[in-house]
Design a protein around this ligand. Structure first.
Ligand code: SF4
Ligand code: SF4
Length: 487
């Protein structure tokens, strides 16, 4: 960490620092982590606000995203929730289509597409997700940090509070956090249980639904821990995306970067000098460090801790305006652009990722379009492949798994094609009726004369008809003893 950063960031606990200095332990020369003091204690960050153009744009995006996140569980499409991730029943409803446990291929294709899209976006525009759309950043920077500033006030133009929170103000902020986290948790839960079930639970006593209540309490507790205490540590320690970026970014990816060629050598207070020569545009004011929510100095180059929040761009542009230098000392750029001034963005991964995406989207479309009003899977029952009945007929024991994908109760009928002397007999005359979106496995017998399969094997077809006018045909193999002509 630079000496400037040392000066400008209030380390918070000066007592600890003094103790640490006088201790027998060797002090590291630099900060190992931007949020760790030399003595290993947490260095609390109080980033200043730089309300520039990018911040204003991010604020609009953040509130649009918050509104979308809050509204989605309440919206319906084709008479179904717009999004409902019903994990207990293993049913995901998205945009009116319900994905069932049998849709593994669709789910796998959707996951592959999602990951490749993330790779592509990162290769193109770096960590734009982290800075602009990640819920951690959106809620921390545009909801909880403004609440902190409201309750704590700020020292001058700094990000540090006027005085430590205590008494009523401390509990007032705690209560506001609690209410907001509970609201967020309920919204989050609505994605998994639906708004109707949630509204019912809210009106009932927690003892009538203890598990959802415990889930809600635990999730609220986690959110409180995150937004009150853990904060930037989520990005620095817990989130794997920051680590992945090193392999997903390349030298042509867009990043928030400091232009060393233009900024160095730094000259503190350059604007006060009558004649300035041989100095860069950076006046070493340290404001880019003061505004950073992860406590880093962007002038040290690309760092894993940088979430591309653009606050350093906004504040540095403001400084440049004041000293009469062009904006953009810190800007969106790429490592290659900064070094060689070339603006090339094309590279192999920008061709490979879209091609993979095209393939997965096409496959997804084909599999999706081939979905019927119901799924049927025919299986042979365990045990003996055939039984010779007392009357000399052969019996094959089969299982049929049916998935009703419609919103209506549906009755199914079975028909054998390709065997004149074969009949289907369901257990106890059972009817093949399925409730909306129900999955059920039925067992049935296929009885046939030995003459149907004199060689011991014959392929015929099973036709499944639904009362919703959908038909599916599948292969059914009759198995019988070889050279058996019956009694
Ligand atoms: S805000 Fe700009 S001028 Fe000030 S220290 Fe940072 S890079 Fe230099
Ligand atoms: S270095 Fe700049 S863009 Fe990166 S996290 Fe800090 S303020 Fe945000």
């Amino acid at each position: 960490m630079s000496s400037t950063q040392e000066q400008i960031q209030d380390r918070g606990n000066t007592e600890n620092e003094t103790q640490a200095k006088s201790s027998a332990f060797l002090q590291p020369e630099e900060h190992v982590l931007s949020t760790l003091e030399h003595d290993g204690s947490r260095r609390w960050l109080y980033p200043r606000l730089a309300p520039g153009n990018l911040w204003k744009a991010r604020r609009i995006v953040a509130w649009v995203l918050i509104a979308i996140f809050t509204l989605i569980p309440h919206l319906r499409f084709a008479d179904k929730p717009l999004v409902l991730l019903d994990i207990p029943h293993r049913r995901f409803t998205i945009l009116g289509f319900t994905f069932l446990p049998t849709d593994t291929l669709l789910l796998a294709l959707a996951m592959v597409s999602l990951f490749v899209t993330i790779f592509l976006i990162t290769a193109l525009v770096g960590r734009v997700w982290c800075g602009w759309a990640c819920p951690q950043t959106v809620y921390m920077e545009f909801l909880f940090r403004p609440i902190d500033r409201l309750f704590e006030g700020t020292k001058g133009k700094g990000g540090r509070p006027k005085e430590p929170l205590s008494g009523l103000r401390y509990w007032g902020r705690f209560l506001v956090y609690l209410v907001l986290c509970m609201f967020l948790t309920h919204t989050f839960l609505a994605y998994f249980v639906g708004t109707e079930a949630l509204a019912q639970w809210i009106r009932q006593s927690p003892f009538e639904h203890p598990i959802p209540f415990l889930v809600m309490s635990f999730t609220t507790g986690l959110m409180m821990f995150d937004f009150l205490f853990f904060r930037e540590q989520m990005c620095l320690i817990a989130c794997p995306y920051g680590r992945f970026q090193s392999v997903m970014l390349d030298r042509r990816s867009l990043i928030v970067a400091y232009d060393k060629n233009r900024g160095e050598p730094r000259a503190k207070g350059k604007r006060n000098l009558p004649v300035v020569s041989n100095v860069g545009d950076c006046i070493d004011c340290g404001k880019c460090v003061q505004v950073c929510p992860t406590g880093i100095d962007i002038r040290n180059g690309l760092q894993m801790e940088c979430i591309n929040c653009t606050q350093c761009i906004d504040v540095c542009n403001d400084v440049m305006d004041k000293i009469g230098s062009p904006r953009g000392l810190i800007r969106y750029s790429s490592q290659e652009q900064l070094e060689s001034k070339t603006k090339k963005i094309l590279r192999p991964r920008l061709i490979i990722y879209p091609v993979v995406l095209l393939i997965t989207f096409t496959l997804f479309g084909i599999v999706f379009a081939s979905k019927h009003a119901f799924d049927a899977t025919l299986l042979r029952s365990l045990g003996s492949p055939f039984i010779i009945a007392q009357d000399g007929k052969i019996e094959n024991n089969m299982r049929l798994k049916l998935v009703n994908r419609t919103e209506k109760e549906t009755e199914f009928t079975l028909k054998l094609i390709g065997a004149e002397d074969a009949v289907i007999s369901l257990q106890d005359g059972e009817k093949l009726v399925l409730k909306p979106e129900e999955t059920k496995t039925f067992t049935f017998l296929v009885r046939f004369s030995p003459s149907e399969a004199p060689t011991g094997k014959k392929d015929i077809q099973l036709e499944v008809d639904s009362s919703q006018n959908a038909v599916r045909k599948m292969k059914l193999t009759l198995l019988a003893p070889r050279s058996y002509s019956g009694k």
